[in-house]
Design a protein around this ligand. Structure first.
Ligand code: DHB
Length: 390
């Protein structure tokens, strides 16, 4: 058995784990980062694409970050319903924006920066559990990439290992340790080879359901439409996909092209009942998941980690435990705001199966209330571009 010692053991090399190791290193705190996946898998999995302004400010400070050169600033979105589009002008309403910069590009930047800095970052390591959460020396038990047992001892263990978190399951047990909400719909997502169909993202509610016209680059686009959670992605022809998307954005003519990837994303809301037990903490998707409408997932992970890095710096360099003791409560304030925002965008824009005429018209009334009022548009713009961090 290999035994390693570090100050902070981080499980999961996603945005939360990688950013935390960077912020800790900047404060002079050593960490070891473990992930079961390969570097290539981490850097190529297609995830969301929108970064809040505060997220960009943090990522932009990382040496070698391409967020400003490759990412593109968006100053608004279009909210479409009842056959009409309504622009939400983020820059004009709140003086803030968002950046279209796909998550796998964020990960490429972070992995490169961490390795260049000499980070102990181990891929292909399967974590089996965490021991001693309530002691001063918790440990992570794992199997390394060569199949040998590994024990990583630390002062703090951080589970940044996603919605199926082993750290959460190992320390808190089972699936019951949290609050859930299921949604009766999912998203059918495609990547296609085509130019953008519009300058900004379009969030559209049509009588048949929701569609989101997003982007990836000048030649690749990402689009989604609401579907049944049990739909088999292979069951629709390309022509049926384009027909479905086009009918859901009646005011826009979509530029069609070869569909190079398709997937069905089920979604739900979850908040773990505790973010911390003893010297073990969970952050990002391990602690909470949000439905994708409004793109809060990765941004919320970044916000958790900014708070946690401050708390660990106080605890590990100044023996001041107060920020660490306050961490969960402070993080949960933003987590519940983001839960509400994601739920609100989702429920207002989607058509629930069997939705009554009353509820459908009420949702249109809600969208009109938002779009036709400066206060309503400002509320959306504040949530979408992100509340201040820290
Ligand atoms: C994307 C995903 C989202 O959930 C969203 O609200 C906006 C954009 C995307 O993948 O591009």
């Amino acid at each position: 058995m290999t035994v390693l010692r570090t100050r902070v053991a981080i499980v999961g090399a996603g945005p939360a784990g990688l950013l935390l190791s960077h912020l800790l290193a900047r404060a002079g705190i050593a960490s070891v980062l473990l992930d079961s996946r390969s570097r290539q898998e981490i850097e190529t999995t297609i995830r969301a694409g929108i970064l809040e302004q505060g997220t960009v400010e943090i990522l932009g400070e990382i040496p070698g970050s391409r967020v400003h050169s490759v990412g593109r600033r968006h100053d608004g979105i279009e909210l479409a319903f009842d056959g009409e589009g309504h622009r939400i002008d983020f820059a004009g309403l709140v003086g803030r924006g968002v950046w279209l910069y796909p998550q796998h590009e964020v990960l490429r930047d972070l992995v490169a920066a961490r390795l260049a800095d000499g980070q102990d970052l181990r891929f292909g390591v399967t974590v089996e559990g965490v021991e001693g959460a309530d002691t001063a020396a918790p440990g992570v038990l794992a199997t390394d990439a060569e199949g040998r047992p590994l024990r990583l001892e630390a002062e703090v263990v951080v589970g940044a290992d996603g919605s199926h978190s082993i750290v959460r399951r190992s320390v808190w047990g089972g699936h019951a340790a949290g609050m859930f909400r299921e949604y009766p719909y999912a998203w059918f997502g495609i990547l296609c080879e085509a130019p953008p169909s519009a300058e900004e993202l379009i969030y559209s509610r049509s009588a048949d359901g929701f569609a989101l016209i997003s982007q990836r680059s000048p030649t690749i686009q990402r689009m989604y439409f609401q579907c049944d959670p049990d739909l088999d992605p292979a069951s629709m022809s390309d022509a049926q996909i384009w027909d479905t998307l086009q009918r859901r954005v009646p005011g826009t003519t979509l530029h069609e092209g070869a569909i190079i990837q398709r997937d069905v994303l089920r979604f739900r809301s979850f908040v773990a009942s505790d973010l911390r037990r003893g010297r073990v903490v969970i952050v990002g998707d391990a602690a909470h998941t949000v439905p994708p409408t409004g793109a809060k997932g990765m941004n919320l992970a970044v916000a958790d980690v900014v708070l946690l890095a401050e708390a660990l710096e106080a605890s590990l360099t100044r023996a001041d435990e107060r920020p660490f003791d306050a961490f969960a409560e402070r993080a949960l304030r933003r987590i519940w705001k983001a839960q509400h925002f994601s739920w609100w965008m989702t429920s207002m824009l989607h058509v629930a199966p069997g939705q009554s005429e009353f509820d459908a018209r009420r949702a249109l009334g809600e969208l009109r209330t938002v779009a036709e009022s400066e206060a309503g548009r400002t509320y959306l713009a504040e949530g979408y571009t992100g509340w201040p961090l820290g």
